[in-house]
Structure formats: structure tokens, C-alpha cells
Design a protein around this ligand. Sequence first.
Ligand code: GDP
Ligand code: MG
Length: 199
Amino acid sequence: MKVNVHKAEFLLSAVKKEHYPVTSMPEVAFIGRSNVGKSSMINKILNRKNFARVSQKPGKTVTINFYNIDDKLMLVDLPGYGYAQASHGERKAMTGIIGDYLSERRQLMQVILLVDCRHKPTQDDKDMARAIKSSGGQLVVFATKSDKLGKMALEKNLEMLIEELDLEDGDILIPFSTQNTEGAETFWDYIYDFILEDE
Ligand SMILES: Nc1nc2c(ncn2[C@@H]2O[C@H](COP(=O)(O)OP(=O)(O)O)[C@@H](O)[C@H]2O)c(=O)[nH]1
Ligand SMILES: [Mg+2]
């Protein structure tokens, strides 16, 4: 589905729950390793260029960023985990920031897990996939940077991801790239079918 977003507005950055915006909009949160393409995916689905900040260097986003989309949906860019250069203390803080949000945010309707289609998922990725399912959520995984692989290699790696992440019937795996519109349209199909179904 092609969606025209009229208003996309950066609301605020938060690290603690006291700072989360007070709204009743449903939220969709993006999670994955640092540098996997979370901010790029948000820009792509909003059809904006430099809206969510895309960093050349990994490990930059250490806050939860809230984006108001047409006053009906909130997109939430979570800090990336697994940044190799992070200190033990930084990692712990990051885990706390992400864990608080996931466990306490009542209007959180969907977590979108991003993994790089070129690489084997890390233990953090596997833990996150498991956590989403054991919390009773629908597991939706986007395999990012699909333009970096040829058709055959991509097929093979999607099979690898199914295997490694233990995906079962009912779990969703979708290739995504900023270089074409398919993944973005599939994202909106899912959102309109399951999150904004009253529209
Ligand atoms: N070729 C390609 N590069 C991408 C894609 N998505 C993200 N990138 C690049 O990957 C890097 C990290 O992206 P970013 O969105 O900042 O990742 P984040 O840390 O998860 O928010 C940037 O250099 C992006 O330009 C994609 O679909 N294709
Ligand atoms: Mg980012």
C-alpha cells in the first residue's frame, strides 16, 4: 500500500519513562542492532530524506525518539543494542532504557525487529525475537539492506534467518531496502491491517 504521510513530527527524545510523551496514539517501535538501518527505515516509510537521523558512525542514538505521524500513529526509534565499542556501563544503561520502554509502555502495539539480511543474527537478536513472542506479541522481522544481496543470495539468507531466529508459522519476515519501495509498502499493509484497522 502506498501511503502519503502528511505530517511527520519529531516529538521528543527520552531516556526515562517520566519523559515519554503523554498521548493515546498506538505506537510502533523499531528495534535492532546499532547500524542495522532503523532510522533509515523510518525515513523510507515516511518518504522523508533526513527526518530520523541516519548516522555514519554506529552507536549514536542513545535515546528513545518519538515521532508523531499524522496524529494517529507514533513511530518510536529505540536505541541500538550490541554496539561493539560500548562500555559495560553503557550497555547496561542501554538495556535498561530499552527494557523499561518495552515492558511499561501500554500503547505499544507492535515491535518491529530489524536484522541485517547479510549477517547471522546475534544472540541479542535471538533474545529479542524470543522476548517479543513470549510477551505474546506478533513477531515481525524486517531483513534490512536487501539491495546489498542478489536475488539468490537474498533467498538463501532469508532461509538462514528463519532457521537462526527459529521462525515458525505465523511469524513474519519481510525483506527491506531503502533503494526500492516494496518493503515500505508491505510495512504499511501490515500497519493498516493490524494496527490502524478501524480506519
Ligand atoms: N545500501 C543500503 N544501506 C542502508 C540501508 N539502510 C540503511 N543503510 C545504511 O546503513 C547505515 C546505518 O543506518 P541507520 O539508519 O543510521 O541505522 P540505525 O543505527 O539502526 O538507525 C547508514 O550508513 C545507512 O545509509 C539500505 O536499505 N540499503
Ligand atoms: Mg538510528
